[in-house]
Unconditional design. Structure first.
Length: 148
């Protein structure tokens, strides 16, 4: 019984390692999600999805996105500076991100060939909740009030 447990754990770790997504897959999924958002009309886009995609694209443009490979999963995190920046603040070892607060810098988690936070943010990307909000209702007293 014990050997079956060990073999199944090793097999699942091997499978997870083989299907560990890389930064290229993250960039491809980000571009695909951006294209999906562009194809949807602006009034019905989910503002959470739009804001998240724009923020990630801005971080890519600034060169702040990094990937940490942990074998069975990957983390996408934000650095303070671009890789090519050579100012004192960027290269000083005492000013690097701390391990204690590293969890605050994590943007996405990749596991089994999927980036989970990006996928969750894109859920219902074509549904704007504000669209379903009743903008104006007329009461019995002929006054107009906004309810959401």
């Amino acid at each position: 019984m014990r050997i079956i447990y060990i073999i199944s754990v090793l097999g699942s770790c091997f499978y997870s390692n083989q299907h560990n997504p890389d930064e290229t897959m993250f960039r491809e999924q980000l571009i695909q999600n951006s294209i999906k958002l562009i194809q949807v009309g602006e009034p019905i886009r989910n503002p959470v999805s739009v804001q998240h995609i724009k923020w990630l694209e801005q971080c890519y443009n600034e060169g702040l996105i990094r990937r940490l490979n942990l074998g069975i999963l990957s983390l996408i995190w934000l650095d303070n500076y671009d890789k090519n920046c050579s100012s004192y603040k960027a290269v000083c070892p005492y000013l690097r991100p701390r391990y204690v607060t590293f969890y605050e810098r994590i943007v996405d988690v990749g596991f089994l060939g999927k980036w989970w936070v990006l996928d969750r943010k894109m859920k219902d990307y074509d549904v704007n909740e504000a669209e379903f909000c009743v903008a104006e209702t007329v009461n019995n007293t002929d006054t107009i009030s906004a309810t959401c």
